[in-house]
Every structure is written in C-alpha cells, then in structure tokens.
Write a protein that binds this ligand. Structure first.
Ligand SMILES: Cc1cc2nc3c(=O)[nH]c(=O)nc-3n(C[C@H](O)[C@H](O)[C@H](O)COP(=O)(O)OP(=O)(O)OC[C@H]3O[C@@H](n4cnc5c(N)ncnc54)[C@H](O)[C@@H]3O)c2cc1C
Length: 451
C-alpha cells in the first residue's frame, strides 16, 4: 500500500482526494487528508453567509461525508521534510508526530495577510472562514438591535458604522452583501433610517476589484456610492485602536465592525517550514503538470496546487505567468492532480494543467452583481443571477446544491431567515445565571474550556 498524504482539505485538496477515491484501485494506496477543519470551506459563499442568504453549514462541505474512502486526520502539518519523506502533524489533541508518505500533495492554501497597524489584531475580523462570516452577520444584527434602543448620538453612530479594509474580490463582495443586509433590515427598525448607516470601504489602490477592467471597476464604485457607501480610494488604514478608525486621507471615525480583507499571504508551513523549493512569494515551485520542482530539478512524488503553489499559466500569453489564486483554478488543479497521480501509479499519461479563465462574476448584494468575460460586461440583476447560477452548480455534491437552492427559494417566498445568534458564543451564560445569579459573568471565561 502506497501512502498518499494530502496537506489541506480545502478546494484543491478536497478535489484531489475525491478524484483519487474514484480512480485508485482497491488496496493500491491509502489516501490521508490532514486538515485542522473537518470540512472544506466553500469560500465564495461566505459573503452570502454574512448576509444571511446562505446557511453557514451549507458553506462547509463535510470531509467525512464526502471522502468516504479517505483517512482524515484532524490536525495541522507544521513541517515537511521531504528528504525523509515525513510531515510533522500537530493534532487537535496530543503531541506532535511524524507521518510518513510515499506521495505528498501540498494544498494548504493561503492565510490572511495583515500588517502591524495599531489596534488591528485586537479590533478587526477576517472573512476567510465560516465562523468569521457568521460573527460578522451576528455583530451587525446585534448592533442594529442595540442602536435602535439608543437616542441619536455618538454611540448609536459607532454601532452603525461598518468598515471594510481591502477592495479585492472578497472585500467588495462581503461589503456589498452586508450593505444589502443592513439596508433590508431597516424595514424592521422604525427607530432607524438609511442616514444612520455608515458603510466605509478603504482601498490603498486607486480602484477596487482588480479582477475586472477599469470601467466596470469604476461602475462598481459608483453603484456602491449610490447605495450610500463611502469608498475611500488611494487610502490606507493608519490605526484602529479601541475601534477608532484613522485613515491616511485624514478622516477619523468610530466603527463597531471592522472587517479586514486586504489580501492573502503565503501559508507559513510552505513558506518557512519545508525543504521543498519555494519562490520569492513563498509559494511552492511546481511544473505545468503540478509536480513540485523545475524541469531541470524535478522532485519525485511531490505535487502541489491551489493558492499555495506557483502554477505556470499555460493559457496566458505573458511569459512566466502564474495562475491567479482563485477557486476556478484550485478546483481544476485538484481534478488534474488526481488524474495525474493516478496516471503516475498506473503508467498512464501525465498531462499539463491548462485552463482559460471563464471570466469573473461577483455579487454586490441581493439582486446586484457584475460579470466580465474579456470585453463582455454584464451588470446588475442578470450578473447576480449568473453569480448564483454558477456557484450553485460549482458547490460540490448534489446534496449541497439542493440544500443551498432550497434556502434561496424559501427566502424568495418568505424573505431571509434572520436573527442574531451572537449569544451562541456564550452558551453557558443563561445556565450560570440561573444556577448562581451573582456570578453570571464568569461563564464567558469558562466557555472556552467547556466540552
Ligand atoms: C470571501 C471569499 C470569496 C471568494 N470568492 C471567490 C469566487 O467567487 N471565485 C473564485 O474563483 N474564488 C473565490 N475565492 C478564492 C478561493 O476561495 C480560493 O482561491 C480557494 O479556496 C483556494 O483553494 P485552496 O485549496 O488553495 O485553499 P483553501 O480552499 O483555502 O484550502 C486550504 C486548506 O488547507 C488547510 N490548511 C491550512 N494550513 C494547513 C496546515 N498547515 N496543515 C493542514 N491543513 C492546512 C485549511 O484549513 C484549508 O482547509 C474567494 C475567497 C474568499 C475568502
């Protein structure tokens, strides 16, 4: 039995394991996925999770349910020593241990890139994981509840001020969806009006959504501004201590919700803790067939794909181009990896990865979107329908597609099913208060240790 170890069960890792499950012969190899999370996160749904349009659980694709023939290890790989063919695993519980492999697949993705901005680590939240999307939604809804019971003034303004930093794909989608949610929620709050909301999007460059051309990018800015948003271009976040936002353009304001979506950094295990060849950005160097190494120095039995790998883009006319880090590539690279690994075991033909972009489609909130393919640009409702259509087809498994579609159809009839469940983060409060009214606050600290 050959041991195939896959580091990371996200997009690329999930599709590799799924494909191998279908292609490997019985008893030929054991496939192991190591990931601290028991699910693959369907990240394109996260903006809709923040807006309550997609159920949080539906953006999480269970590895155990869908990868039945794969061994799963709940833990992180903290070091790869390919010279010894071992990966060091840090399990959720217990001591670190060595995992031996015959074939290694590195699909650990990227991590959120941050900077040492005063107050950022204490005040901001990212938008890369399901729990972050849920917390953003709950915080906004709790803020609306609290603001509605306050008279106009500084505290009410702070609660209703939302700041997104980073105008890339995930930032603009998250911003547009949350703005759409807040605006829609006002119908339930007669105490509040649209003028009470203050939504800021801060972008260091002179434009947002670099994935689309200048003209559609400018249209997105105008369309968000028409909805009351403040878009700060050529502006950086200077500090955010105690929730007080200071921008490089001189503006300052208090903001209760600060979402950091200013890009990705290379995964530390790939960048710093491996003897495999890594480029200047901290990405694994791979060949066009997704094998690690270069044409002159190939690394046998090591493969990589997705956001942690510098994959040559054979569809681009630009010399030395690498595929952009997105789901469109990660899925297809995962599928190609499974085929190539199976071919390497069965003596078949190993093929290069090649994919021409299908275009870009982004949601800007309920009923609003933008799509671009080469010179074709579609805006508004048709683009939003394309966004939903594409993603419901792209999310893995029929079971997940039907669940998501059912929520959308139900919402079309009854509206979004919304209530802040921020209290789930302190599940023992009510019980502790009943058991011992004087010590009600103590449950919060002990929640972390509770089973
Ligand atoms: C909000 C948002 C919206 C997006 N929307 C789109 C979109 O509409 N279209 C599009 O094409 N792309 C979109 N993307 C980008 C896309 O989701 C990513 O490019 C894609 O997920 C990359 O796949 P991956 O397999 O490389 O990494 P991931 O999917 O991030 O998976 C990496 C996995 O590795 C695990 N891992 C990390 N470190 C370790 C370790 N040390 N040991 C073991 N496991 C580890 C992680 O837990 C994770 O499960 C979006 C991203 C975000 C954040």
């Amino acid at each position: 039995m050959r041991e195939i170890v896959i580091v990371g069960g996200g997009y690329a890792g999930f599709y590799t394991a799924w494909g191998l499950g279908k292609r490997l012969r019985a008893g030929e190899a054991r496939v192991t996925v190591v990931d601290p999370r028991p699910y693959m996160t369907y990240q394109p749904f996260l903006p809709e999770v923040t807006a309550g349009s997609v159920e949080a659980r539906h953006a999480a694709v269970s590895l155990r349910r869908h990868l039945r023939s794969t061994r799963l290890i709940a833990g992180s790989v903290i070091e790869i020593r390919n010279a010894d063919r071992t990966a060091t695993v840090r399990p959720a519980n217990g001591d670190d241990y060595e995992l031996r492999y015959d074939i290694l697949v590195v699909t650990a993705g990227a991590v959120t890139r941050t900077f040492p901005i005063p107050g950022l680590a204490q005040q901001a939240i990212g938008l890369k994981h399901v729990e972050e999307a849920v917390a953003i939604r709950d915080r906004l809804m709790t803020a609306l509840d609290q603001a509605a019971s306050l008279p106009p003034g500084a505290e009410r303004r702070r609660l209703l001020t939302v700041t997104f930093v980073g105008g890339g794909f995930s930032g603009v989608e998250g911003f547009g969806e949350l703005l759409s949610l807040a605006t829609a929620m006002l119908k339930s709050y007669p105490e509040l009006s649209i003028d009470d909301l203050s939504f800021h999007l801060v972008e260091a460059r002179g434009r947002i959504l670099p994935e689309v051309n200048d003209k559609p990018g400018a249209w997105v800015v105008r369309s968000l501004e028409r909805r009351g948003a403040h878009i700060h271009l050529n502006t950086q976040l200077v500090s955010v201590e105690d929730g007080h936002v200071v921008l490089s353009n001189g503006e300052e304001f208090d903001s209760a919700l600060i979402v950091w979506t200013a890009g990705n950094a290379s995964n530390p295990v790939v960048h710093n803790h491996t003897d495999l060849l890594v480029d200047e950005r901290g990405l694994l160097v791979v060949r066009p067939d997704l094998r690690a190494g270069t044409d002159s120095e190939p690394v046998p039995d090591v493969w990589a794909a997705g956001d942690d790998a510098a994959v040559p883009d054979l569809a681009s006319s630009v010399p030395e181009a690498r595929t952009v880090p997105n789901a469109q590539h990660a899925v297809r690279q995962g599928r190609r990896l499974a085929k190539n690994i199976a071919a390497s075991l069965h003596g078949g033909r190993i093929r290069n990865y090649r994919h021409s972009s299908l275009g870009v489609v982004a949601t800007l909130g309920l009923g609003r979107g933008i799509f671009q393919y080469k010179s074709i640009v579609i805006k508004g409702l048709p683009a939003w329908l394309m966004h939903r259509g594409y993603h419901v087809l792209a999310v893995p498994s029929w079971e997940r597609k039907i669940r998501v579609l059912t929520v959308w159809l139900t919402a079309a009839v009854f509206g979004r099913d919304l209530v802040s469940l921020a209290s789930v983060q302190h599940p023992r409060d009510a019980f502790v208060t009943s058991a011992n009214p004087e010590r009600s606050g103590e449950s919060r600290a002990s929640d972390h240790a509770a089973p």
